[in-house]
Design a protein around this ligand. Sequence first.
Ligand SMILES: [Zn+2]
Length: 258
Amino acid sequence: MREKLSSVSSGVVRGALDALLPLRCLCCDRRVGSDDGLCPVCWHGMAFIEKPVCYRLGTPFAYDVGEETWSPRAIAAPPVFDRLRSVAFYEGSAQRLVLAYKFGGRRELARPMGKWMCNAGREFLGPDSVIIPVPLHWARLVSRRFNQAATLAQVIATGCGGTYQPDILKRRKRTRRQVGLPAKERRKNVRSAFSVDKSRLDRLEGRHVVLIDDVITTGATVTACTKTLLAAGAASVDVLTFALADPARSDAGQEIHP
Ligand SMILES: [Zn+2]
């Protein structure tokens, strides 16, 4: 409602509108001065990932080592996808936003979160990109009522002019929740979990895919998705997530490669 009203309001009317519908921090609900924003406390609590980063895994380097440099982890075990980029580490405000969006009914967070993701993935997002969300199994879709990755993918496709394709990649088996599983178990859990819709292969063959998810932990899920997409004819796959659970910074993840 604010958006519609704002678009037709003058500065004066906007001021009156702000008094009626005060702008709130996306994360903690404190009053803030601008739309789609965080208060200073929550902004400080966002562990944004900024350049310089590993060309393949998107993890930050302490100092600039030049373009397209791989981290030791990427050299030791290159991922099957080309590049991974994330907005922030999965902690503090980023973690609170993901949880509020996914489980707290705050679906309106898709728009600001998706905008941040457009910025994080700007080096590979474009009009030629096929934007594919990590799919949920239908049974989980019924219980959760929306696919958090799909709603983010829609916002990102609109932002970069790419093509949103939610129906190509399918989750054919219902996997156990990945949270709490060790890396080896996660890989086993998602093996053969995904397939592509053979009737839609023409939308995939030879195309550059950007795979979207809200959080990446070990990378087992996006690795399984990438293998499926490449086997079905995609030319390349990059991965874009809102948050990155990094083993060096939290206990949530362990390794980010296959
Ligand atoms: Zn706040």
